[in-house]
Write a protein that binds this ligand. Structure first.
Ligand code: SF4
Length: 270
């Protein structure tokens, strides 16, 4: 793994996904086989393979206080091209520093914060999170440990992620489940809704089937879960129909478990 300490010009970045994103790191060490955050390499001229590098933005928290003052109110999302609780965060504490600065800022009420992680390291920061207007989510697409170990090899296990959300809730932190990405033949929506029923809501994202993602992900599925290929091919060839079925099923489960759905995200194939 190539680790580079770099400096950045902004901490908060305006985003089409929400109002602002903060990425204390560029790159990610969780190794998810379906990841599509590697698009950022093109914009930042990064020569390494996705998963082989992490850039650490060592000065990002120093820029934040002024940006909190100057920027318009809005939602801040951590993070879009990394997990804010990568293993390196245990050493660098950039995410923690960012949260501490927001929690002590006189402008903190201008912002809501959304955190999304696959790491139980977030537990370390419950003391700061409980003083913020924050929603904490964990991405999870299966409860099956074997699938998860192979598909998301360096993230915390699904059981740990669910336990993290339950413990966060006990600390008074709002929690949500991010069922993402829905994988044909692998994601069991019934069991996930049942397990996540204690959350405020769930978000669901269906697998992005852009060619650049499938070129990497499908060979992995063929090598490891050949029996799932027929279901993947059905989804790829009937994407709208597949998404409609998932949406319908999710609505039924939402009623059954009294668990709100924030959104079912399907990807534009163009
Ligand atoms: S945690 Fe997110 S950014 Fe990191 S490898 Fe997985 S999908 Fe990609």
């Amino acid at each position: 793994m190539i680790i580079k300490e770099i400096t950045c010009k902004n901490c908060m970045t305006k985003s089409k996904l929400t109002d602002y994103v903060i990425n204390p790191y560029t790159g990610c060490s969780h190794g998810c086989k379906y990841c599509y955050a590697d698009f950022i390499k093109r914009f930042q001229n990064i020569p390494y393979e996705w998963g082989d590098f992490v850039y650490v933005k060592i000065n990002c928290s120093e820029l934040l206080e002024k940006e909190l003052e100057k920027n318009k109110p809005g939602n801040i999302w951590l993070s879009s091209v990394c997990d804010p609780y990568l293993h390196l965060e245990a050493k660098y504490k950039l995410t923690r520093r960012i949260l501490e600065i927001i929690s002590k800022s006189k402008y903190k009420n201008k912002y809501s914060i959304e955190i999304l992680t696959k790491s139980s390291l977030v537990r370390r920061d419950f003391d700061v999170l409980k003083n913020l207007n924050v929603e904490l989510g964990c991405s999870i697409n299966t409860l099956n440990e074997d699938y998860s170990r192979k598909i998301e090899p360096f993230a915390s296990s699904p059981k740990e992620r669910i336990k993290v959300l339950k413990d966060a809730k006990k600390h008074g932190i709002k929690v949500y489940g991010f069922i993402s990405p829905v994988l044909p033949g692998i994601t069991d929506l019934d069991e996930l809704f049942k397990e996540l029923a204690f959350c405020e809501y769930v978000w669901i994202e269906i697998l992005n089937i852009k060619k650049s993602i499938l070129d990497k992900f499908l060979p992995f599925i063929k090598d490891n879960y050949a029996d799932k290929i027929i279901e993947f091919e059905y989804m790829i060839n009937n994407y709208d129909d597949y998404c409609n079925k998932i949406e319908k099923h999710a609505k039924e489960l939402s009623e059954k478990y009294c668990l709100k759905i924030k959104e079912v995200v399907r990807h534009d194939l163009k």
